[in-house]
Design a binder for this molecule. Structure first.
Ligand code: GAP
Length: 429
């Protein structure tokens, strides 16, 4: 687990090992924007796939969707985001830097100690222009949350998939918010991936499903190996609820800077479908076979962040051993991540870069890849250094081809080294 003091070391590790790079770095970076490197993109893809598997592919009652990022701007007006997706912002009267009012320790002073002006509303939807003319007619927004595309397609999905409530629609994709104070590495950025699922239910069953999803989502993180002690539930006080929410419980993680949000589960009532029905003039109701009545379903929404989730998982799995794991060696870093999320399933290492070891190792790589495994092949450097390189990026096992592999009683076997225990055994593959 990463401590507050280790955070700079963690960020440096992320860059050094190809997990996360500062974006546009050769131009001095760009306002808390990050890129995922060769190792990071694999873990991110796997976390996304794990969410999709658990929310969509393993269930009968949830289907997927991939809707557009730039929607008709009327969507954001109807959803209340043009008016309500706002942060209260204050300006330092001396430096003119801007801060989120609710994040100030002293509401009258900036972190630099200067007086601040009156709080002003600041809309965090990202604006863009569609078409050749940059005028109000072409004004559009990059989506601020993925779920609106789900509400817009509610009827399309219902008609094409023949689902009946209770059922859900899931979507993963980029969202954008012009955050006033992004920060804490990838925790809060202006461009981020969300994993959201809207579960449509009868009003009377909303509380039951709310509790169900809070538990199910918490368990998902535990199943992925996040230490239960670093997770807790936080019920949002009524006066802090988003404009659409009747109740929200956050899953919080104990980040190096303290407890903070990881995912939110909200009871959105029938706010969204009702407002889109009103603004579009299109019927958003469903016919209930039991009561023979039309109704607008209520929605329970587990809304997770992919970047934020991966950050929490990596922070939880990361270990720094100043004097190595033996207690008397060089500094070692180990990413003890769930093997299902690791960038590589395994590494194959010939003990030395010589035939026939290399040939055997290359054939082994071919066989493992044919089984769908993501394999790291590494033939250069000392074997100890190669093991440590794999430990650092979280590769759960290393297979080493040595001289016993080639001839003698153990012919055809390789050593299998475990990342966490460092134990080795001989196995046949
Ligand atoms: N549709 C509801 C919704 O968007 P939210 O609590 O604003 O709710 C859901 O966002 C999740 O998306 C958060 O719990 C977080 O994981 C992620 N998220 C939100 N804003 C983010 C940001 N600026 N950077 C990274 N992740 C963010």
């Amino acid at each position: 687990m990463v401590t507050a003091e280790q955070m700079p070391e963690f960020v440096a590790w992320a860059k050094r090992r190809g997990v996360i790079f500062p974006s546009s770095e050769i131009y001095g970076g760009f306002s808390n924007t990050y890129d995922y490197g060769p190792v990071g993109v694999e873990m991110k893809n796997r976390l996304r796939a794990s969410w999709w598997q658990s929310m969509v592919q393993s269930r009968d009652d949830i289907v997927g969707l991939d809707s557009a990022i730039i929607l008709n701007p009327k969507v954001w007006e109807a959803a209340g985001h043009v008016e309500n997706l706002v942060d209260l912002m204050v300006e330092d009267t001396v430096t003119h830097k801007r801060y989120r009012y609710d994040k100030l320790e002293d509401p009258t002073k900036s972190p630099d100690g200067n007086p601040v002006g009156e709080p002003r509303k600041f809309n965090i939807l990202m604006r863009t222009f569609v078409g050749p003319v940059e005028d109000e007619a072409g004004l559009a927004y990059l989506r601020g949350e993925t779920c609106q595309g789900i509400f817009l397609n509610f009827k399309n999905v219902l008609d094409s998939s023949r689902k009946k409530i209770p059922f859900g629609i899931a979507q993963v994709g980029k969202s954008f918010r012009n955050e006033i104070t992004p920060g804490n590495f990838t925790y809060r950025t202006r461009e981020f991936d969300q994993m959201e699922m809207e579960f449509f239910v009868h009003e009377e069953e909303a509380d039951k499903w709310f509790d169900y999803w809070v538990e199910a989502r918490l368990q998902w993180y535990v199943d992925l190996g996040v230490n239960r002690e670093n997770l807790r539930l936080y019920k949002t006080p009524k006066n802090d609820l988003a404009h659409y929410s009747k109740a929200t419980t956050d899953i919080q993680y104990k980040y190096p800077w303290g407890w903070d949000e990881l995912e939110g589960i909200a009871n959105r009532g029938n706010f969204d479908l009702t407002t889109h029905q009103k603004h579009s003039g299109k019927d958003m109701s469903v016919f209930d076979e039991e009561t023979k009545e039309k109704l607008i379903p209520w929605v329970i929404e587990p809304a997770a962040g992919l970047d934020r989730g991966l950050l929490a998982i990596m922070l939880d799995a990361w270990q720094l051993h100043e004097k190595g794991r033996s207690g008397e060696g060089e500094t070692e870093t180990v990413l003890s991540i769930n093997p299902r999320l690791a960038a590589y399933d395994c590494a194959v290492l010939p003990l030395i870069k010589k035939e026939p070891l290399v040939k055997f190792a290359e054939e082994l790589v071919g066989k493992l890849r044919a089984q769908g495994k993501h394999v790291f092949y590494d033939e250069s450097g000392s074997i100890g250094r190669r093991y440590r390189r794999q430990d650092e990026i979280g590769t759960p096992v290393c297979y080493t081809v040595d001289f016993e592999t080639i001839e003698g009683d153990n012919e055809g076997t390789v050593t299998k080294r475990d990342r966490d225990t460092m134990k080795q055994e001989r196995v046949t593959l």
